[in-house]
Design a binder for this molecule. Structure first.
Ligand code: NAP
Ligand code: SF4
Length: 672
């Protein structure tokens, strides 16, 4: 057994969990419609089958006021129970266990009925909450208890009470958002009465043999929040009130410190859970940026926590636990913490899925079945689109040859993995490397397939995934040797001077800026350096765990430019764009919009900003001006009468990202 601590049972007295993996709560968007509950049941069923010890659903509101947005999932009426039974039945049929999370949004609720401990608006929602009256507090506690009872009726194994991330309960316990002077505010003891009463009365109502996980905010990462002593006092309070397990919550949603994006070091916050060990007797779950079994095993072996929570990693790979148990860790499809298809979707009111696993939350719709007849396919290009297509075709039983003119698989991922904070992308390449072998794909590296070769190969069809060519805007001096493309810098590692202008502020412009200002090694590999740079105090000597950030000086002076007026990075991803902007700001990158590029010469880049000329004295210009499809081979094949399918950037370069590439490759291959 490679991971003995991960696969040790956890005895809760009345029940025993088979291993230490908790699938943490994550909203998928399927919770909000009764008609989607069969899909949700299939989603949980696959993960139960994959061996997870215990799962937690996405947040379900105990009443209408607690909805995060109108018509979200709610469990407050007896007729709501039947839909939840579909989830519990599907989970139990696979031998799994599942708890339902009760989440009241409080002032984070995105509707005019929102309520809070006090009338203090959150910086991330437009609605000012109404302060709950004393009777309103009592009614809300009763709604939590009623919701838990209904969850028990629906055959859940337990509930999780969401007390962190800045939602209602967290708002009650922090002086920042609780300025009441009745029996629910004023002193720390009174502020924490609300969660303690919820746990106490819930335990009374559900009896002893029902799991109650309390998600405790251990590190608020906002000002005027809990002190460490208050965290400990609350933990002891919920233990005495009857909780079974305490889960760790890190950071309010309004915090300006990233907590789960890919640039956060793995297991960055485990020290906080560790600090609570010994203060209470309950099992403690730790969380955030734990995505591989070795990391989880080390945490458990050191005794830092009793269980490890992962949400996104189990979205990325439903078989994560079984693969870890069966010595197939290198086959895990690792969550790269990009947020692009999960949280970004949820925050845009779209259904969640996963960039590296487009089947996530689409288990009933995107089904990979054995092919009715074995055919021969050539796939051209081993970037994300080609890899997804080739391996899915191979999995279905087709004979597949994958041609790649470079010496390695991966395409643009080979550049992405060099960006500080994007080291996880390497895991996707490791996964696909094994998956090519497992699905029997013949890989031909260093071969540039042309129409003649492909025609003589006698393939039934060719899938063209030849990717993109960088756009090269022309201006006087654009052919100067000190004007480089992002490929020169990231792939070919050409030397770059200390003063740089970057043309183009899309995802790649930002990536290149981060690459150029960072001193190796990346802070993502060093928790101490990362916490200093973001001003996080894991010892929590100050309320909320915040101290002054101390970013290291930038390795270069960088100016980031775009032609469009307005804020740079406005189109970056919803949940990670602000992190990229804050990182560059901390590294003193100058960001200028409304620029026109006049010429480059030995004195630098001459630009006009709002019609006013300016010379940027730089050693190099790096062009990151987007891409155009590389589809000459596709055109040749079509002209030669070969059945051709075009996917990824070769199909449409604009707005291309790996999410679309992998989904398109997988979907096409599932139908051929
Ligand atoms: P992009 O996002 O389309 O950005 C291209 C940039 O170049 C824009 O800032 C654009 O701004 C500028 N530009 C376009 N045409 C130009 C021209 N003719 N002359 C000068 N500037 C020009 O493309 P990208 O940065 O290459 O990224 C490609 C895709 O990869 C993105 O869509 C993104 O989805 C994905 N990606 C994502 C991430 C991420 O962090 N999630 C990171 C890297 C890449 P102006 O037109 O205003 O000048
Ligand atoms: Fe992880 Fe990205 Fe998939 Fe979300 S979309 S689960 S962050 S790999």
């Amino acid at each position: 057994m490679e991971y003995p601590h991960l696969f040790a049972a956890l005895d809760l007295g009345f029940t025993s969990l088979p291993n230490r993996v908790l699938m943490g709560s994550m909203h998928t968007g399927l919770e909000d419609r009764s008609s989607n509950f069969d899909k949700l049941a299939a989603y949980f069923s696959e993960r139960a089958k994959g061996g997870v010890g215990l799962m937690v659903t996405g947040g379900i509101a105990p009443n209408i006021e607690g909805w995060l947005k109108p018509f979200d999932g709610r469990l407050s009426m007896p007729w709501h129970v039947a839909r939840h039974r579909r989830i519990t039945a599907a989970t139990h049929a696979e031998g799994g266990r599942i708890c339902m999370q009760i989440l009241h949004g409080g002032r984070y609720s995105y509707h005019p009925l929102s309520v809070g401990a006090s009338t203090i608006k959150s910086p991330i929602t437009p609605f000012k909450p109404r302060a709950l009256s004393s009777r309103g507090v009592e009614r809300t506690i009763n709604d939590f208890v009623g919701c838990a009872k209904l969850a028990q009726d629906a055959a859940y194994d337990g509930i999780e009470i969401m007390g962190s991330e800045g939602y209602l309960i967290n708002q009650f316990v922090a002086a920042r958002t609780n300025t009441r002077n009745d029996e629910w505010g004023g002193s720390a003891e009174k502020r924490m009465r609300f969660p303690i009463e919820i746990v106490r009365r819930t335990r009374e109502a559900v009896g002893r043999n029902f799991i109650i996980i309390y998600r405790l905010s251990m590190l608020d990462l906002v000002d005027n929040a809990q002190s460490w002593n208050e965290v400990v006092q609350l933990a002891r309070g919920v233990e005495a009130a009857g909780a079974s397990i305490i889960n760790t919550g890190i950071g309010w949603h309004e915090a300006r410190v990233p907590t789960i994006v890919t640039s956060v070091p793995r297991a960055a916050f485990v020290a906080v859970t560790r600090k609570l060990k010994g203060e209470v007797g309950l099992p403690l779950i730790t969380t955030n940026r734990i995505n591989m079994p070795a990391v989880a095993e080390q945490i458990l072996a050191r005794g830092d926590a009793d269980m490890v929570s992962m949400a996104r990693p189990l979205l990325a790979d439903a078989e994560w636990v079984n693969k870890a148990r069966n010595g197939r860790t290198d086959r895990i499809n690792t969550c790269i913490a990009c947020n692009q298809a999960c949280l970004d979707h949820v925050f845009q009111n779209r259904q969640a899925t996963c960039l590296v696993n487009p089947r996530a939350c689409q288990e009933t719709e995107l089904v990979i079945r054995p092919a009715p007849e074995r055919k021969r396919y050539a796939v051209i290009g081993a970037g994300p689109a080609g890899l997804a297509a080739a391996t899915t075709l191979g999995e279905r039983g087709h004979a597949v040859t994958l041609f790649e003119h470079a010496g390695a698989i991966g395409g643009q991922f080979n550049m992405a993995k060099r960006i500080p904070g994007k080291e996880e992308f390497q895991e996707t390449l490791r996964y696909f490397g094994h998956r090519l072998a497992d699905t029997g794909v013949e890989l031909r590296l260093g071969v540039r397939a042309d129409a003649a070769v492909l025609k003589s190969g006698g393939y039934d069809a060719v899938v063209v995934a030849t990717g993109v060519t960088p756009r090269s805007p022309r201006f006087p001096g654009s052919d100067h040797p000190r004007v480089l493309s992002y490929i020169d810098v990231l792939r070919d590692q050409k030397p770059v001077g200390l003063r740089v202008a970057i043309i183009g502020a899309g995802g790649i412009g930002f990536d290149v800026a981060e690459y150029l200002v960072e001193n190796a090694p990346s802070p993502t590999t060093d928790i101490g350096r990362w916490t200093r740079e973001w001003g996080v105090d894991l010892t929590i000597e100050h309320r909320g765990g915040l101290v002054a950030p101390a970013p290291e000086p930038p390795a270069r002076r960088v100016v980031l430019l775009q032609r469009t007026e307005g804020r740079l990075g406005a189109r970056l991803n919803k949940t990670s764009g602000w992190v990229h902007r804050a990182t560059l700001k901390a590294k003193k990158v100058e960001m200028i919009g409304g620029v026109s590029y006049d010429r480059f010469d030995d004195s630098g880049l001459h630009v006009s900003i709002a019609g006013i000329p300016r010379t940027l004295e730089v050693d190099n210009v790096i062009v990151c001006a987007g891409q155009v499809p590389n589809r000459s081979l596709a055109d040749e094949l079509i002209a030669a009468g070969i059945v051709t399918h075009v996917i990824g950037g070769a199909d449409v370069a604009a707005e291309l990202d790996a999410k679309r590439a992998i989904a398109q490759g997988t979907r096409l291959a599932s139908t051929l």
